[in-house]
Write a protein that binds this ligand. Structure first.
Ligand code: NOJ
Length: 512
């Protein structure tokens, strides 16, 4: 596994909303380069960059129309290469976002594929052999091609599904993974990866990684496909790091991914933490962490340390963390995120508690996700330092609240969320057992109860983590005695006769 993942802390950048240096109202590569120092200062040493390739932006760039060319609105391939170089100079690795499951319907491959005359792209997508037959269980594009057939779509109806074959073909038009069309698609995917890895990127976050092979209910075909890619990477780019948007680590890690996310969809109970009616990390203290922990342990045991299970603060598809939890709750949530195994992922702006913008009209296919994609708030200058363009030229509306948080104000405020996160990152980076591969043992994670406690350990040390987001004091019986505090937030812990009591709204990491 790529060694640098051992202590990686990722920062997710949604490029259109990060920093605009040419005053066109949209973020760009130069803006990211300009802010690398900020990312480094925060303590992050890796970036996940959302799709930055040519696209009509009907799904924020997840509708690629040319995999080999950077989106002109962000800059050129040369600019992106410079971004890799400048990031590397600061010890920051960069993962690009690979969208292997579908393209934009404007991709040249799809235009060729729509032609009646067979050509090199005829089998690049999943087509039925008659306009009157729809691919079962999938949406489709029909009636716009000269070709007689319906083309399966993967997500929005302008995102035709690339053809990697069916695990068990059961219709004449369904190809197997071994057929020429699917094999050619897979080889092209390798070419794309090769192209960007040679250019200097450090790996990929892979979009919808678990759904490439169709009719593949338990993921066996898709796992096999990724194992094939793993072999290619091991041969040609052994240091490339891969993280999947799959949400089922027991499957993705078998496929050779180094990391998988726990997400707002799938069986992980991730939403119980921050995004449900009574989140665990709320001061109301009405949440429940037990189901999350149960699932986490199942995944942890099944994945047998084959790779990392990553818990993001949020991402461009979820409500902002600050929509449901606030103030000290956010700080305690980050004490959790930054003391769990796996590589933490911080969604840009979450480090300053950027808000979800309510009632935003959909921009670039965001719909309800648009509220989590507003431009970064850097400082108190025009457009919060995001862009020098006139306000009405910004491609998306910003948080306009007079008290909107900014990075600058939080850097200068000792008690800010940003400074708490910096402190937590510094501690994580100086205590190896808190990093990606340190073991975890849950000590107290009871149904509808607080606090939440676990042990992080390696051969050399044991760290006891206790989190009590609830406003009320909470106790549990514990065989370990908290000795040296290496991190505390809120009032101090007390220990008496095997019982640990955590005051309300507090967090602590202790050597035992
Ligand atoms: C998951 C991405 O995170 C999301 O933003 C996108 O819309 C879909 N996949 C489709 O690519």
């Amino acid at each position: 596994m790529s060694k640098w993942l051992d202590n990686a802390i990722f920062y997710e950048i949604y490029p259109q909303s990060f920093c605009d240096t040419n005053a066109d109202g949209i973020g760009d590569f130069n803006g990211i380069i300009k802010k690398l120092g900020y990312i480094k200062e925060l303590g992050c040493n890796a970036i996940w960059l959302n799709p930055c390739f040519k696209s009509p932006f009907g799904d924020a760039g997840y509708d690629v129309s040319d995999y080999y060319t950077a989106a002109p609105r962000y800059g050129t391939n040369e600019d992106l290469k410079r971004l890799f170089c400048e990031a590397h100079k600061l010890g920051i690795h960069v993962l690009l976002d690979l969208v292997p499951g579908h393209t934009s319907s404007e991709h040249e491959w799809f235009k060729e594929s729509m032609k009646a005359t067979p050509n090199a792209y005829t089998d690049r997508y999943v087509w039925t052999d008659s306009i009157w037959e729809e691919p079962q269980g999938m949406g489709c594009i029909r009636g716009i091609s000269e070709r007689d057939g319906s083309c399966a779509v993967n997500f929005f109806s302008h995102q035709p599904a690339l053809n990697y074959g069916f695990y068990k073909p059961d219709r004449p038009w369904q190809q197997s993974m071994e057929d020429d069309g699917p094999k050619a698609t897979l080889e092209e995917l390798k070419n794309i990866m090769r192209f960007w890895l040679k250019m200097g990127c450090d790996g990929f976050r892979v979009d919808m990684a678990g759904s490439l092979v169709k009719n593949d209910d338990n993921g066996k075909g898709t796992i096999k496909l990724w194992q094939n890619i793993r072999e290619f990477l091991d041969r040609e780019f052994p240091d490339a790091a891969m993280v999947s948007e799959w949400g089922e680590p027991d499957k993705s890690l078998q496929g050779g991914f180094h990391m998988d996310f726990l997400l707002h969809f799938g069986p992980s109970h991730y939403n119980d933490l921050f995004r449900c009616e009574e989140p665990f990390f709320s001061g109301r203290g009405e949440g429940d962490i037990s189901e999350f922990v149960k699932k986490y342990m199942e995944n942890y045991e099944k994945s047998e340390q084959k790779g990392l299970i990553c818990i993001p603060s949020g991402n461009h598809d979820m409500d902002r963390l600050a929509r449901s939890i606030h103030g000290d709750e956010l700080k305690i949530a980050f004490a959790f995120l930054l003391s769990m195994p796996g590589a933490p992922f911080i969604y840009y702006g979450d480090e300053i508690g950027m808000r979800y913008i309510e009632n935003h009209v959909s921009v670039e296919g965001g719909y309800n996700r648009t509220g989590s994609r507003s431009p970064m708030q850097w400082d108190s200058s025009v457009n919060a330092g995001f862009s020098a363009a006139p306000k009405d030229m910004l491609y998306i509306r910003q948080d306009e609240a007079p008290d909107r948080p900014t990075a600058e104000a939080q850097i200068n405020d000792r008690d800010s969320l940003l400074n708490e996160i910096k402190k937590l990152i510094t501690i994580r980076q100086s205590v190896p057992s808190l990093q990606s591969n340190g073991k975890i043992t849950f000590l107290y994670a009871e149904k509808n109860a607080y606090p939440f406690a676990y042990l992080r350990s390696n051969e050399a040390e044991k760290i006891l983590v206790i989190l009590n987001p609830s406003h009320n004091e909470a106790s549990f019986s514990c065989q370990y005695i908290p000795k040296e505090a290496i991190y505390t937030f809120g009032k101090a812990v007390s220990y008496e006769n095997g019982i640990i009591t955590m005051p309300g709204g507090s967090a602590g990491f202790y050597r035992i």
